[in-house]
Design a protein around this ligand. Structure first.
Ligand code: AMP
Length: 307
C-alpha cells in the first residue's frame, strides 16, 4: 500500500552534550520517510525546500526509493531552519531557533501520482495545513495518522480540534497529552483525546517507551535500553515512520497489528538516537532491523505461571 508523508524538510543545527552538528538534514518528513522506507516500498513525500538545501540530499531520499515529486523547491527562499539544544539528561531540549522561511506560506500540492495513497501521515505542522492535505485528496486514505506539538496546542487549538476530528491515529508525547486533555492520568487523558476524534492514540514517553490506546484496550511498548544516546532529534518522527511504514506494508489496521507496528516504530527510533541527525537511518540493513526487533521481543518476554 502506498504511503503519503507530509511535513517539514529542514536544515537543522543540533547541540547535544556530545557535540554539535550544523547543516544536518532534518524535518519531520525527512525522518518519517527515511524510517518508513525500510518497511514499505511506496513512500511519497510532500514538502518544501529553499535554495540553501544541500543538493545531494534529495537524491539521498530518492536512493531509499522515496518519491520526492511532491517536494516544492523555492529558488528565492531559505529552507525551514531549526536549532535545538539538548540538556544534560538528553530528555529535554530547547528550541533556540525555529525559522519557518519556505514553510511560512507552504501550500501543499498533492501530485496526481500520490492521489491513490492508502496511508497518510501528517507530520507536525500547522493544523490548518494538515486539514488542507486531507481535503486535497480525492479519496480518503484507509488510515490517516497525525503528529502535533505543544506549540499548536498553545496557538491553534481550535484548528487542532477540527483536524483531530478528521484523523484515525494521533501520536503525541505524554506532556502534550496532558496539556491537550487537562488530565494528569494518561488513561483519563487518552479517553478524553479519543473522544475528540482519533480512534487510536499513541502516547510517547521518550526513553520510557510508548503507550497505544484504542477503546478500552492499552498496549505498552518499552524503549530499548541503549548504552549510547548521541542525539534524540527525530526520534519521535522516526518512530511514527516505522509505525506507519509497517502498517502500509501489512495493510492491516487491527489493534493486534498496531502493536507490531509500535514495536517496529520503537526499533527504528532506537537506531535514530545512536548518531547525529538522520545519519544512522541512512545505511541500515534489513538484518539490523530484524535483530533490533528481536531484541525488543527478548526484552519483554518472560514465562510466568500465576499461583
Ligand atoms: P522530533 O525530535 O521527532 O520532535 O523531530 C525533530 C525534527 O522536527 C527536527 O528535524 C526539526 O527540523 C523538526 N521541527 C522542529 N520544530 C518544528 C516545527 N515547529 N514544525 C515542523 N517541524 C519542526
Amino acid at each position: 500500500m502506498s504511503l503519503l508523508v507530509v511535513g517539514s524538510i529542514a536544515i537543522d543545527r543540533i547541540e547535544t552534550p556530545f557535540g554539535k552538528s550544523d547543516n544536518s538534514i532534518g524535518g519531520a518528513a525527512t525522518y518519517i520517510a527515511l524510517s518508513a522506507s525500510y518497511l514499505t516500498s511506496k513512500v511519497n513525500v510532500v514538502g518544501v525546500i529553499g535554495n540553501d538545501y544541500p543538493v545531494d540530499y534529495l537524491p539521498l531520499l530518492q536512493k531509499h526509493g522515496i518519491n520526492t515529486e511532491g517536494v516544492q523547491i523555492k529558488k528565492d527562499e531559505k529552507s525551514f531552519f531549526w536549532h535545538g539544544k539538548y540538556h544534560n539528561d538528553m530528555n529535554t531540549r530547547e528550541s533556540l531557533a525555529t525559522e519557518l522561511n519556505v514553510f511560512m506560506n507552504f501550500d501543499p500540492t498533492i501530485p496526481d501520482s500520490y492521489q491513490d495513497c492508502s496511508y497518510l501521515l501528517l507530520g507536525n505542522m500547522a493544523p490548518q495545513l494538515q486539514q488542507k492535505v486531507i481535503q486535497r485528496l480525492k479519496k480518503r486514505p484507509k488510515l490517516v495518522a497525525m503528529d502535533t506539538m505543544n506549540f499548536w496546542i498553545d496557538t491553534a487549538l481550535e484548528d487542532l480540534l477540527k483536524t483531530l476530528k478528521m484523523v484515525d491515529v494521533l501520536s503525541i508525547n505524554d506532556e502534550e497529552a496532558r496539556q491537550l486533555s487537562q488530565e494528569y492520568s494518561l488513561v483519563k487523558a487518552a479517553k478524553k483525546i479519543m473522544s475528540l476524534g482519533p480512534k487510536f492514540l499513541i502516547i510517547k514517553k521518550g526513553e520510557h517507551g510508548a503507550l497505544l490506546f484504542h477503546e478500552n484496550q492499552i498496549f505498552f511498548a518499552p524503549a530499548l535500553p541503549l548504552e549510547d544516546v548521541f542525539d534524540p532529534t527525530g526520534a519521535g518522527d522516526t518512530f511514527a515512520g516505522g509505525f506507519i511504514g509497517y502498517l502500509a506494508n501489512t495493510n492491516d489496521n487491527s489493534f493486534m497489528n498496531m502493536k507490531r507496528a509500535i514495536i517496529h516504530g520503537s526499533a527504528m527510533a532506537s537506531f535514530c538516537v545512536e548518531k547525529f541527525g538522520p545519519e544512522r537511518l541512512i545505511n541500515l540493513k534489513q538484518s539490523d532491523i530484524k535483530d533490533r526487533v528481536q531484541e525488543f521481543i527478548d526484552l519483554v518476554q518472560f514465562d510466568i505461571s500465576i499461583i
